[in-house]
Ligand binder design. Structure first.
Ligand SMILES: Cc1ncc(COP(=O)(O)O)c(C=O)c1O
Length: 397
């Protein structure tokens, strides 16, 4: 038979989702794929139950149900600091996953270059390849020792970033707050990117799914809010993380009409639309006041602090997340060459599912593994109990 398409030849299946399957195989506590083990807000689950009886059950408008887009525009206008037009500046997608892919296909032609910071969320490499673009990786350098509250972790070097811009990329992908390293980009860093985007006429595709999960004293700055940047930014995000509904698959692109007109076409032919009953059910969440977001932040801060204290107590070096809900552990002392094998053994021997750091880095990095902490306090305590056995169990790796 003829060979199948060569599009996916350059990448494997998702390592994150593979680790979820491996965790299930060993009955391990799955801290690999980032999703909560607690319930979404009652206001939206109750609404979903009502909608089961009343509908809507048929296709919504392709770029998102009218009332959903209006509620989203009100909420995002408040946070992003500019009025967003629900009819002209939003396309609703199946999660940020589709938003990022649609954004890439909106901007890039085959052969175009796209700047991606490394470490990166693993979908970006695949997004670039599937849309025919070539990723240009720019390292976010880890601090020399990851233990201890050192200065800004994972920063880029000006010369390396400009060298990438000099190759005339069509777009830069900005994951902020960042998965996996937990970096929240500083204003000065965003200004540097903005200056280059202007100077080299480059679009910026942001992935801001953790926009509301940011730890004090850090603040999330929407890239599109920088002077002159709204016109060249495709702001992608999602309701998955903010409302603990990763399975509802609701996301969006916000951008100027000129860009959204093209994104609407890409989205239409990719998926037709997001799920109509779920768009309807989530509207009460989009109308939550400030207290909801304060509580979200406080609860994630508690989870992060519990985990960091526990890891410190066990003498396990780790990153200090400024945002998002991931922490990277330093496994250098085990001297392993293959961090994927380390993670599989960790799942089998200590009952913890983690993601090998190498799946996020372009550079050769195999001394970090990623855990997520979108879990109940009791689950995190259980994880720490199991990690206590890590040193003894993994010593000979
Ligand atoms: C940075 C980042 N972008 C996108 C996603 C996927 O988001 P969604 O559920 O909206 O597709 C994730 C999920 O872990 C993520 O960490």
């Amino acid at each position: 038979m003829k060979a199948l398409s060569g599009r996916t030849a350059g990448f494997t299946d998702s390592v994150i989702r593979r680790m979820t399957r491996i965790s299930a195989k060993y009955g391990a506590l799955n801290l690999s794929q980032g999703f909560p083990d607690f319930d979404p807000p009652g206001a939206i689950t109750q609404r979903l139950a009502e909608i089961a009886a009343t509908g809507p059950h048929q296709y919504a408008l392709t770029w998102g149900a009218q009332n959903f887009r209006e509620a989203l525009a009100r909420k995002q206008s408040r946070y992003m600091g500019r009025p967003i037009d629900p009819d002209r500046e939003i396309v609703t997608t199946c999660g940020s996953t589709e938003a990022m892919m649609a954004a890439m296909m909106t901007v890039a032609n085959p052969g175009d270059k796209v700047v991606v910071f490394s470490p990166f969320y693993e979908n970006y490499g695949a997004d670039a390849v599937l849309s025919g673009a070539e990723p240009l990786y720019v390292p976010l350098h880890p601090p020399s020792g990851i233990h201890g509250p050192a200065g800004p972790e994972f920063s880029f070097r000006l010369g390396e970033l400009e060298a990438a811009f000099k190759q005339k990329p069509k777009a830069l992908i900005l994951c902020n707050p960042s998965n996996p390293c937990g970096k929240v980009f500083r204003k000065e860093e965003l200004e540097i990117i903005a200056d280059f985007a202007e100077k080299y006429d480059c679009y910026v595709i942001t992935d801001e799914v953790y926009e509301h999960i940011v730890y004090e004293p850090h603040r999330h700055i929407y890239f599109s809010s920088l002077p002159g940047m709204a016109e060249r930014t495709l702001s992608c995000s999602s309701l998955s993380k903010t409302y603990s509904i990763t399975g509802w698959r609701l996301g969006y692109i916000i951008a100027p009409e000129r860009i959204i007109d093209v994104a609407k076409k890409v989205h239409d032919f990719l998926t037709v639309g997001a799920a109509a009953p779920l768009m309807e059910a989530v509207i009460p969440a989009l109308e939550f006041g400030e207290d909801y977001y304060d509580t979200l932040k406080r609860e994630y801060t508690e989870r992060r602090d519990l985990l960091m204290r526990g890891l410190d107590g066990l003498g396990i070096a780790h990153t200090h997340p400024e945002g998002a809900y991931y922490i990277m552990l330093d496994i250098s002392e085990y001297g392993c060459e293959n961090d994927l094998r380390f993670c599989e053994e960790l799942a089998a021997k200590t009952g913890i599912g983690a993601v090998p750091g190498s799946s996020f880095f372009r550079e050769k990095v195999n001394h970090l593994i990623r855990l997520h902490f979108a879990k109940k306090i009791e689950t995190l305590n259980e994880a720490l109990n199991r990690l206590e056995g890590m040193k003894a169990a993994m010593k000979k790796n």
